[in-house]
Design a binder for this molecule. Structure first.
Ligand SMILES: [Zn+2]
Length: 226
C-alpha cells in the first residue's frame, strides 16, 4: 500500500493535482476520503491489468479520466506513465555508496552472470536494480518530453581491457579505469548520449532515480548509487 501511495504522490506531483484531494469540486462524491481510496484501487488495478483509462472510467467511477490528465504524450502507455516511482524522495547529501551486493562481489567486477543483469535496450545491460531504476527514469523523462540514448552500460572485464587499450588509463591521462575497477564492470554505470536539454534534465532529476554524475569531466557518465 505504501508503494501505491508513493506512486500516487509522484503522479500528483507530476500532474499538479496535489491540492485536489479532499478539496471537493465537480464530480467528487465524497471529497474527504472516498476519491483517494478509490483512486488507489484504480491505480492498482490499472497497473496490474495494464488496463486503459477508458476501461476504468467505464467501470462507473466518478473520478476524472486519469490517463488523459496524467500525460501529454499519447504514445505513452498507462503502465509507462505509472512506472516512474523514484528511488529517492529527497536529494541525498553527497554521493551515496555504490551498491555492490554480496552476490555481485562474489561474481566479480566485469564477471557478472546473465542472471544478475537486465537489458536496457539494444545490446546494453545493467545490474537488475540499476536497470529497473533506469527504465523508470526513462519513463519520467519521456513524460517531460525528454529522450536520451545510451552509448555504454555494463562492461565485461574483457571489454574494460579493450577500452583501456583504446582510451588509455585515467592515471595516464586517458579516459578508462584500470580493468576490474570500473563501475561499468558492476553494471551500475552507464554512459548517456545527452543533448543540452537532456543533460539539464538528468542534473535536475537523475538523483531521484539513483543516478549521479560522479566522474569529473564526464557529463555522460552516470552511476546508480542506491
Ligand atoms: Zn562511463
Amino acid at each position: 500500500m505504501a508503494d501505491v501511495r508513493n506512486r500516487i504522490s509522484e503522479i500528483q506531483r507530476r500532474i499538479g493535482v496535489s491540492a485536489a484531494w479532499g478539496g471537493g469540486g465537480p464530480g467528487w462524491s465524497n471529497p474527504v476520503t472516498a476519491p483517494n481510496t478509490s483512486f488507489a484501487r484504480q491505480l492498482g488495478d490499472a497497473t496490474a491489468a495494464g488496463a486503459s483509462a477508458g476501461a476504468t472510467a467505464a467501470a462507473g467511477s466518478t473520478l476524472p479520466p486519469f490517463a488523459a490528465a496524467a500525460t501529454t504524450d499519447p504514445s505513452l502507455t498507462l503502465a509507462e506513465a505509472l512506472g516512474t516511482t523514484p528511488v529517492y524522495a529527497t536529494k541525498p547529501n553527497g554521493l551515496p555508496a555504490v551498491g555492490v551486493n554480496d552476490t555481485m562481489a562474489a561474481a566479480g567486477n566485469g564477471n557478472l552472470p546473465d542472471s544478475l543483469l537486465a537489458s536496457i535496450g539494444g545490446e546494453f545491460r545493467l545490474a537488475k536494480p540499476a536497470a529497473d531504476a533506469y527504465q523508470r527514469m526513462v519513463n519520467a523523462a519521456r513524460r517531460d518530453g525528454v529522450t536520451f540514448g545510451v552509448s555504454d552500460a555494463y562492461r565485461s572485464y574483457a571489454d574494460q581491457v579493450d577500452i583501456a587499450g583504446r582510451l588509455g588509463l585515467y592515471g595516464q591521462g586517458g579516459l578508462a579505469a584500470v580493468p576490474g575497477t570500473s563501475n561499468h564492470g558492476w553494471g551500475l554505470s552507464l554512459d548517456l548520449d545527452l543533448d543540452d536539454r537532456a543533460q539539464a534534465w538528468m542534473r535536475d532529476n537523475g538523483w531521484r532515480y539513483g543516478y549521479f554524475e560522479d566522474v569529473a569531466g564526464e557529463p555522460w557518465h552516470w552511476t546508480y548509487r542506491a
